[in-house]
Write a protein that binds this ligand. Structure first.
Ligand code: ADP
Ligand code: ASP
Ligand code: MG
Length: 469
């Protein structure tokens, strides 16, 4: 059994749906037990999120946006030239979906209130439409495809917007739902991104979460592999949009791929690999538009040496500093700092502390800066009054760059190479940390210099005579 997931970039318009349907038909000929997972058409989730925010603010501009979105889907269906009956049924189905969306947004606008679960209900609508469109395109090719909404069996907690699956409940429900379909020779086309709480309230798995949906299903259905189809030739040594000379990495370990995803390689949702590790399910990343390319295999024990594999980047971060000469004498500053941040539910992406214990620096997503600084100033009110802690502040517009690879453990001189690459470009490093897994070296630079920093570090490992460290 194989799960194949197609991202939004693979289903941007009717021609792409046709292409993807052909690819699925081709692969299903040799693997009849297959589950397809699909994302919303590219850009649709962004528009849905914007619309719900506009409605909550009482703006009426969501109305023309909804019409444009409806038209985009209708035009796609028309351009598919489906058999008459199929086209009519699909259009009716989509109209119902859009009618439901309109009703929900009207209610949000009337109340000027958007609850987290309503936000997730709206954000996840694009997947429901694309799954129906893809299933229809597949049936038009004679494949017994059926669109399936994953909220029927992906059971999650109630952290709306970033929900986590309950794998055991999901296992029981998904198997009861999908295995009989597979037995009957049906090809399920499952919505990515969405789930529901045990009470049936709609949730989403976080932006980019369809990759995670695919591996969750791979895990619960005991798949032999999960194939993730996207718009690049696999996982690459850097984002090809930043480094045009980036190369495909043929094989990666789970840890390396997870570190890359965690530190910003958008090609994979950060939690994608979690369900696969225990059962050692291989994950393959492939390019929909270049399907002959072998792409990347993410496996338990990759072949080859442990080199520096990739350079990643996350923007829109802030660096928080807690500083003071008297900190040395105050017990538990680090513990109290991190406890206060955790209490706010804000995740810390990177930490570094100077050995003199005169400051603690950590990186968080920029939107949380004000609340975090305010909370810390309150926690350390007394220490600040005594001047043991002199200041607590946030520096905005910074980025984290991570150098990832098993080679960091075994190869000396990697940090030196990274710093000389940055030094020759006069790029200032604001903070450094070596991940405890020793699979990454991460550093903070100003956002304005970040892309240049990625290009320079990439060149130091991939374009110089002694490639790869
Ligand atoms: P999908 O719609 O298939 O989920 P995404 O846009 O979420 O596609 O992810 C694919 C994009 O990830 C690529 O177009 C690429 O720009 C970006 N990306 C960032 N880092 C990497 C990397 N190291 N390797 C490959 N792609 C990357
Ligand atoms: N459509 C969702 C998003 O844009 C999920 C995904 O694409 O993986 O975040
Ligand atoms: Mg994605």
């Amino acid at each position: 059994m194989r799960v194949m997931k197609f991202g939004g970039t693979s289903v941007g318009d009717a021609a792409r749906f046709q292409w993807v349907a052909d690819l699925i038909a081709f692969h299903r000929a040799s693997e009849p037990r297959m589950v397809v997972v699909v994302s919303a058409m590219v850009g649709v989730t962004d528009v849905l999120v914007q619309m719900s925010q506009l409605a909550a603010q009482g703006e009426s501009t969501w109305i023309p946006t909804l019409e444009a979105l409806r038209k985009r889907h209708q035009d796609t269906v028309q351009a598919l030239s489906l058999p008459e009956e199929e086209a009519q049924a699909l259009e009716k189905d989509l109209q119902e979906g859009f009618g439901r969306l309109e009703t929900v947004l009207q209610a949000v606008a009337a109340l000027r209130e958007l609850s987290p679960s309503t936000a997730d209900l709206v954000a996840g609508m694009g997947e429901r439409w694309s799954a129906r469109i893809l299933a229809a395109a597949l049936r038009a090719r004679g494949l017994p495809a059926r669109a399936v909404d994953a909220d029927a069996f992906i059971v999650t907690d109630d952290r709306f917007g970033e929900a986590s699956p309950d794998l055991e409940s999901t296992r029981a429900r998904a198997r009861a739902y999908l295995l009989p379909m597979l037995e009957q020779g049906i090809l399920p086309v499952v919505t990515g991104f969405i789930g529901a709480t045990p009470e049936g309230r709609p949730t989403t798995l976080g932006r980019g979460g369809s990759d995670f949906s695919a591996t969750i299903l791979g895990y619960v259905l005991d798949a032999e592999a999960v194939w993730i189809w996207t718009d690049v030739d696999g996982v690459m040594s850097a984002d090809p949009k930043i480094v045009p000379g980036a190369r495909t990495i043929p094989e990666l370990s789970y840890i390396e791929a997870a570190e890359m995803a965690y530190f910003g390689a958008k090609v994979l949702h950060p939690r994608t690999l979690l369900p696969c590790i225990d059962r050692r399910i291989p994950v393959r990343i492939l390019n929909t538009m270049n399907p002959q390319h072998p792409g990347t295999w993410i496996v338990p024990e990759p072949r080859g040496d442990g080199r520096v594999k990739a350079v990643t980047l996350i923007k829109n971060m802030s660096l928080i500093t807690v500083e003071g000469r008297g900190m040395l004498g105050v017990p538990g500053v680090a513990a109290r700092t991190f406890a206060a941040v955790a209490e706010l539910g804000v995740s810390i992406l990177m930490i570094s502390q100077s050995s003199s214990e005169q400051n603690i620096c950590f990186v968080i997503p920029s939107p949380s800066v004000t609340q975090v600084v305010r909370a810390l100033r309150k926690v350390f009110e007394r220490e600040m009054a005594r001047r043991d802690i002199e200041d607590i502040w946030g520096m905005d517009r910074v980025a984290i760059i991570a150098v990832v690879g098993a080679g960091l453990r075994t190869t000396p001189g990697i940090a030196a190479r990274v710093f000389s690459a940055l030094g020759s470009g006069r790029i200032n490093v604001l903070s450094i940390a070596q991940g405890s897994s020793e699979y990454n070296l991460s550093l903070v630079v100003a956002e304005s210099e970040a892309e240049e920093a990625v290009r320079r570090i990439h060149a130091a490992f991939y374009e110089q005579p002694t490639t790869g460290a």
